[in-house]
Design a protein around this ligand. Structure first.
Ligand code: ADP
Length: 254
């Protein structure tokens, strides 16, 4: 028996507009994602990446075709049902961080829990834990303006994972960051994937960042042009290098 995939898009199309101005953004996308995968979505501008992410993120519905999330037909759900599914299972990270200014890191991270109606004490504990897990213990009371770009993206990631989502959807998460900060964010996403089992779907234009993923899907002109496993993800190479360095130290100090 094969396991139900976490995500399955089947012959998904998306047409914007009608009549002579109608534009086909997705032209029959098939994509299956198992729990625990880390997928980089690449492709030229206009190839349908954002439309696919909006569909996967339950923000928009296909014109035709099926979207199954854990076996549930998302295309048949009402707007409210999709919103509930989103709040329960999905976390979002954007290129521009999208934090509330003049609001502390702690309060930014608490926000999704506030929408869920959780108590102040539960929000507080969960947000502090999420901030610590992205390396920001001690920065809880800083506002975005007092944080670097890399730190702001860490706050955004903490906000995305505070609800313990099954899937993290990241739209060019390193697009506004320099190379070093970008690598740190990718290592963080790798850790969330490998250590916390969060499935990661990430749009990126940068081959170096896509190289962190376990699988690379390329969109061209509204279809999946290629879908390849990445046998040697950068994150894995780094974890192996760290383990080897630790083993050498242990042997050296014995
Ligand atoms: P990508 O993210 O790869 O740049 P998009 O999914 O944003 O691609 O866009 C795919 C196509 O759909 C483009 O031709 C774009 O202009 C069009 N498109 C995207 N969103 C809309 C919209 N809301 N209304 C009309 N056309 C859209």
């Amino acid at each position: 028996m094969t396991e139900t995939p976490l995500i399955a898009l089947k012959r998904v199309t998306k047409v914007y507009g009608r009549g002579s101005t109608a534009l086909s953004a997705l032209k029959g996308v098939d994509l299956t994602i198992q729990a625990g995968d880390f997928v980089a979505i690449m492709g030229p501008s206009g190839s349908g990446k954002s439309t696919a992410m909006n569909t996967l993120g339950c923000l928009d519905t296909p014109t035709t075709g099926e979207y199954l999330f854990n076996g549930v037909h998302v295309e048949t759900l009402s707007r409210d049902q999709r919103a509930r599914l989103r709040r329960r299972f999905l976390g979002f990270v954007f290129q521009g961080f999208n934090l509330l200014a003049r609001t502390s890191a702690q309060e930014n991270v608490e926000l999704p829990l506030l929408y869920r109606g959780e108590s102040a004490a539960a929000r507080h504990t969960a947000a502090a834990k999420a901030l610590a897990s992205v390396g920001l213990a001690g920065w809880e009371h800083h506002t975005p303006a007092e944080l670097s770009g890399g730190q702001q993206q860490r706050v955004a990631i903490a906000r995305a994972i505070v609800t313990e989502p099954a899937v993290l959807l990241a739209d060019e998460p390193t697009g506004n960051l320099d190379t070093q900060r970008s690598r740190e964010i990718m290592e963080l996403l790798w850790g969330l994937n490998v250590d916390h089992g969060i499935t990661v779907l990430m749009v990126t234009h940068e081959a170096d960042m896509a190289a962190y993923a376990k699988r690379i899907v390329r969109f061209v002109d509204g279809v999946v042009e290629s879908d390849q496993p990445n046998p040697n993800p950068t994150g894995l190479r780094k974890s192996v290098a760290v383990a080897e360095a630790q083993a050498t130290q242990t042997v050296g100090s014995a």
